[in-house]
Every structure is written in C-alpha cells, then in structure tokens.
Design a protein around this ligand. Structure first.
Ligand code: F0G
Length: 368
C-alpha cells in the first residue's frame, strides 16, 4: 500500500487536493494558447481569497472585505500570472532572450520564468529603489541585472527601444500576453465568490493589473458566468499619483517602491476602466499605506508589501462611500517578505536584544 493510501485509510481522509496545474492549463479556453504552445509554468495562480474581519469591522454597515493574496504566487507577486503567459508565448515564437524595466517584482518574475523556459533575461531597475528581496531574486535566478541612475519611467523607455532594435522580447505589461495571464485573477475571484464583488480595490503603478482584472471581469460577465461588474477602485501613493492627478509626475516618490511610477504606460487603458466601471482613482499617503500594512499583519496575520497595502488604505479612506452590505475584494499584489528593510524599520514591535542566555533574564524580559 502506498504511503498516501495508508494515510488516507488510517486517518479516514477521503480525498486529497485536486492537483492545480497552473493558470494556463486551468483557464486554457480563455487564453490565446494552442496545443502547440509550450507551457512554461511554476503552477502559479489559485491564490487564496481571505476574509479580513478586522477591516470589515472598521467599516461596519454589514460590509464584507476579502483580500486576494497574490503575494503567494511562486515568485511572491501577481506578476507570475502574466509572466507564465508572456514567457510561454515568447518560447512558442522561438525567442531566446527577454527584457523588462522593473521596480522589482516584474524583474523577479521575468528572471524566474525565463530560466524555466531556457531563455536569457535582462532587467533594468532604478538603482537604489528596488526592495532587497526582489533584487536578490533577480540575481539568484540569474538575470543580467542592469541598475540605472534613473527611475522606472526612464528604464521603461530604454527597454522599449532596445526591444525594437534587438531580437529580445519585451515582457512589461505592454506585452498583451501579460494582461491575458493576469486577467485570470478576476476569474478566480468569481469562481470563489460565486459572483463578482461590488468593489475591486487595487494598487496602480503602470496600470497593467487594473486593465487585466477589468478584462477578466468583462469576459466572465459576457458569458453570463457573473451577473454584475464591480466598480474598479484604483489607488496610488500620493507622491506618485499620475492617474489621480491626471498628469505626468517627473520625480515620483513613495515608500511603496513597487508603485513608484510617474508616467504609467497603460494610462489610457486605466482611464477607460475607470469610466466603464464607474470606478474611482484615489491617492493614499505613505503613512496611510504603512498603517494599513501593519493592520493586516497585526490583526490578520497577513504580510504584504507596502504597495499592496495601498488597496486597504484606500478602501478605509473611502469608508463613507461604501454601500451597505457590499462585498469588497482588495488585491494584495506582493508578499511582505519582498521588502524586509521596510518591515523592520516600520514595525512597532520591540526587539529585545543582547539578552543573556539564562532563564532568569529571559523570564524578566518576558514580564514574569
Ligand atoms: N503592486 C506591486 C507589488 C507591484 O510590484 C506593482 C507593479 C503594482 C502593484 C502595480 O501594478 O503596474 O500593473 O499597475 N510593479 C511593476 C514592477 C511596475 O516592475 O514590478 P501595475
């Protein structure tokens, strides 16, 4: 008898998990792939949708808030959803190298999936403004990491030109396959909730993800799988809020380095999403972001990165506008482990160090 069978018999377990094949195989009929597409996957997707009661209670009015914890993807961010598609299509098209500009997560994801697909990757990042975990990932996965004396917007311009000039595939969210892969998060939400939420709250940087979610919601709606469409509520950091202010920000700044972007490439798509969904774009300052970040960790045991907490900070800011009894999903785009420096610096817990290794001293430090 196999070990698995024994466990099942002895503990009365009837069924084990159904194997999740990764989002391309799971949502194949909704994606531009054929039987000839080589699927480059790390079994991304199927991330948890978690109720966050402390946030619901802060709002009251019978509102139910959930987080879509996309920081639990294989490289720790939602980028893996788009990257499995972009890299699979690049492989299908016989491409040998990919390139991207990144505030960190795209580069981590591109580096991982490129390697899995047997390709080379080049990543351009703003020197000094990428969280340590993300930089470590790109290096460990073996990308050529090129740090520039400029910001994300400068880097994006350069990689767009380079990909036109050389045989390298661009895997930023201007690559349409990225959006196709990322739309599956909206499918998963509806598959879990049985219906679209009333509001979707999402942080915006280059505005690819809000574009992708809206596409996913519209596709399920069109086929009658969901009966309603959510209002798309996009949030930016107040120091980098080009979509809220409707102007290019030359020197964007925020503690949420993932969304430190002043000239989003998907600007027109984002404006269309806002109009079509009767949504709203709002900014939150760094303090509001860090408060929400700590709230999630301390009240819910959920560790996301600062940019992701903008969705919760934004929702709380719009508290008075939230309809009674509504269902709301906030997207947590990246894992808190990505940015250990911010975590340690912005933490209110006290670290008691230099303690002698004896019970008396430790008990005293514990308050006994
Ligand atoms: N949240 C996180 C954690 C991100 O890394 C990003 C974007 C966003 C939100 C915003 O998503 O650009 O689709 O609106 N990060 C990109 C990167 C720019 O290079 O990793 P968006």
């Amino acid at each position: 008898m196999s070990i698995l069978k024994k466990i099942q018999t002895n503990f009365g377990v009837k069924k084990t998990h159904t194997h999740w094949p990764g989002l391309i195989k799971a949502y194949k009929k909704w994606l531009p792939v054929t039987d000839k597409t080589p699927i480059i996957s790390l079994q991304e997707g199927a991330t948890p949708l978690i109720p966050v009661n402390s946030v619901s209670e802060l709002i009251g009015k019978g509102v139910k808030v959930y987080v879509k914890y996309d920081g639990l993807n294989p490289t720790g961010s939602f980028k893996d959803r788009g990257m499995t598609m972009a890299i699979s299509k690049a492989k299908e098209n016989k491409c040998e190298a990919v390139i991207c500009a990144s505030t960190g997560n795209t580069s981590a994801s591109a580096a991982a999936y490129a390697k899995r697909g047997g390709m080379k990757s080049f990543v351009l990042i703003p020197d000094g403004y990428v969280a340590q975990g993300k930089l470590a990932q790109a290096l460990v996965y073996g990308a050529e990491v090129l740090a520039i004396k400029g910001n994300f917007d400068d880097a994006l311009k350069i990689v767009q030109e380079l990909s036109n000039k050389y045989p390298i595939t661009l895997v930023n969210s201007v690559n349409p396959y990225r959006i196709q892969g990322q739309k599956t998060a909206a499918f998963e939400l509806i598959d879990s909730l049985g219906e679209a939420p009333d509001w979707l709250c999402i942080p915006m940087g280059n505005a690819g993800n809000i574009t992708a979610y809206w596409l996913g919601f519209k596709e399920y709606f069109k086929k009658g799988i969901s009966k309603k469409l959510p209002r798309m509520m996009g949030f930016q950091a107040s120091g980098s809020a080009p979509l809220v202010l409707n102007k290019i920000i030359k020197n964007p700044e925020t503690i949420a380095t993932a969304i430190r972007i002043g000239n989003p490439v998907n600007k027109n798509n984002a404006i269309k999403v806002k109009e079509e969904s009767k949504g709203k774009f709002t900014s939150v300052d760094d303090k509001e972001i860090i408060d929400a970040y700590n709230l999630l960790a301390r009240e819910e045991g959920i560790f996301c990165e600062p940019a992701s907490a903008a969705s919760i900070a934004g929702l709380l800011k719009l508290k008075n506008e939230i309809p009674t009894n509504s269902k709301i999903v906030c997207v947590l785009t990246g894992n808190g482990l990505k940015d250990p420096d911010t975590a340690i610096e912005k933490n209110e817990s006290c670290l008691k160090s230099n303690l002698e290794p004896n019970i008396n001293e430790i008990s005293k430090a514990m308050g006994f």
